[in-house]
Design a protein around this ligand. Structure first.
Ligand code: ZN
Length: 149
């Protein structure tokens, strides 16, 4: 999944749980579960091209603006919300971001995590379906977050 979807779901999980460590754990679990849904998260075969960085940055900005206006603005950034969000994006941050991923994957835990992270991933080759799937999930969790706030 794209990073914005992971942050939205992790944030709402943290809001619902209202327990900082539980929220971090739930954010991590939500990341892995979301990755099993056929999706799209790169346009250039995991190479950080300018186009890829632009898409990720734009998607992240839109996601943060949406979750801020629908949820965070009302709840504030509580510890469970922040840690749920961190749990949501941390796996991709450690395992996919250039330079950081090189250090992470050299550790025993990082190598093992990368192996399983890749195995959990399901790609959707039809980009329009992939975008619709992610948009639906993001909208559903934004709605849930809006209801819970
Ligand atoms: Zn991932």
């Amino acid at each position: 999944m794209l990073i914005g979807t992971h942050i939205i779901v992790g944030s709402v999980a943290g809001l619902a749980l209202d327990n900082p460590l539980g929220a971090l754990f739930l954010g991590l679990i939500s990341h892995l579960l979301l990755d099993t849904i056929p999706h799209f998260d790169t346009v250039d075969d995991n190479i950080f091209t300018k186009r890829q960085i632009t898409i990720v940055a734009a998607e992240l900005i839109v996601a943060i603006l949406l979750i801020y206006s629908l949820v965070w603005r009302h709840t504030g950034l509580t510890a469970p919300i922040i840690l749920g969000s961190i749990g949501g994006f941390l796996p991709d941050c450690l395992d996919n971001v250039p330079v950081l991923k090189d250090y992470f994957r050299r550790t025993k835990f990082g190598a093992l995590f990368h192996y399983w992270h890749e195995r959990w991933h399901r790609k959707q080759k039809v980009i329009s379906i992939a975008i619709l799937t992610q948009s639906f999930i993001a909208a559903l969790f934004l709605y849930l977050g809006y209801l819970v706030k």
